[in-house]
Design a protein around this ligand. Structure first.
Ligand code: NAP
Length: 255
């Protein structure tokens, strides 16, 4: 069992994190787990789910590992059912899955890609929360993951950015629908070098240009995103709902 430098804000709590076998989702699951949560991890591939579960268990974290492609209704239902069968409740849901399948301008994006972006980046969050909502009791918390590009979608991330703008709106609307029992907030990452943005961060010149945009002179880490997600999901944020919190090292965002 790994000794943790963190507190135990999630002792006795059950947290579902989607797309959590790698990248930001994995670090969120790890952070919540190190703080005492039983974490339910998931992604599309059994092998990834098994490997990630092994890494978390090696750190002393209680894990349930389930295959769940977020746009598959049966797998979403199974994720909720398995969680309830094993732990009997859900305290935290982090909806983290997203795709960025095209760098095309919006008006040149194929209809099938527009559908995929809407399906995974927006609709699957709504449908997962529809399944989870009846089980979310007083004091529960939902965290959505948007993106800094939501505020001003750039050319190569245009439609992806627009789906993330929708996630900001979804945060506002769902906080109203799910309150007062459930708080709903949103983490807005800047740039975090993961597979997701390898197109941009694997090139030295592009990466340095992005680093210069951050007042802190560096890109974010998955652990930075996990720390803020854990804060919003925890009772430390018990009077915060309907908010989006930018975690970008000071990149230009909004007023
Ligand atoms: P990542 O490193 O590419 O993580 C991918 C994870 O998602 C893997 O566990 C993958 O496992 C799983 N996954 C992919 N498609 C899935 C699906 N349809 N259903 C379920 N799981 C799926 O991505 P990331 O950078 O951590 O991004 C996580 C979130 O942060 C996304 O919402 C993204 O938009 C947001 N974000 C990221 C950045 C950044 O700079 N990285 C910036 C802003 C916002 P399988 O292959 O096994 O499915």
């Amino acid at each position: 069992m790994e000794r943790t430098k963190y507190g135990k804000r999630f002792q006795g709590k059950v947290a579902i994190v989607t797309a959590s076998t790698l990248g930001i989702g994995f670090s969120i699951a790890e952070r919540l787990g190190l703080e005492g949560a039983s974490v339910v991890i998931s992604s599309r591939k059994q092998k990834n789910v098994d490997e990630a579960a092994g890494k978390l268990r090696a750190k002393g974290i209680e894990v349930l590992a389930v295959v769940c492609h977020v746009s598959n209704a049966q797998q979403r239902k199974n994720l909720i059912d398995k969680t309830l069968q094993k732990y009997g409740k859900i305290d935290v849901v982090v909806s983290n899955a997203a795709v960025h399948p095209s760098v095309d301008p919006i008006l040149q994006t194929q209809e099938s890609i527009l559908d995929e972006l809407w399906e995974i980046n927006v609709k699957s969050t709504i449908l997962l929360l529809k399944d989870a909502a009846p089980h979310l009791k007083k004091g529960s918390s939902v965290v959505l993951i948007a993106s800094l590009v939501a505020y001003n979608p750039p050319p190569t991330m245009a439609m992806y950015g627009v789906t993330k703008t929708a996630v900001l709106g979804l945060t506002k609307a769902l906080a109203s629908e799910m309150g007062p029992n459930t708080r709903v907030n949103c983490v807005v990452p800047g740039i975090v070098p993961t597979h997701f943005v390898a197109l941009y961060t694997s090139n030295d010149a592009t990466r340095e240009e992005l680093e210069r945009k951050a007042l802190l002179g560096k890109l974010g880490t998955t652990e930075d995103m996990a720390a803020v997600t854990a804060f919003l999901a925890s009772d430390d944020a018990s009077y915060i709902t309907r908010e989006n919190l930018v975690v970008s090292g000071g990149m230009p965002s909004r007023l």
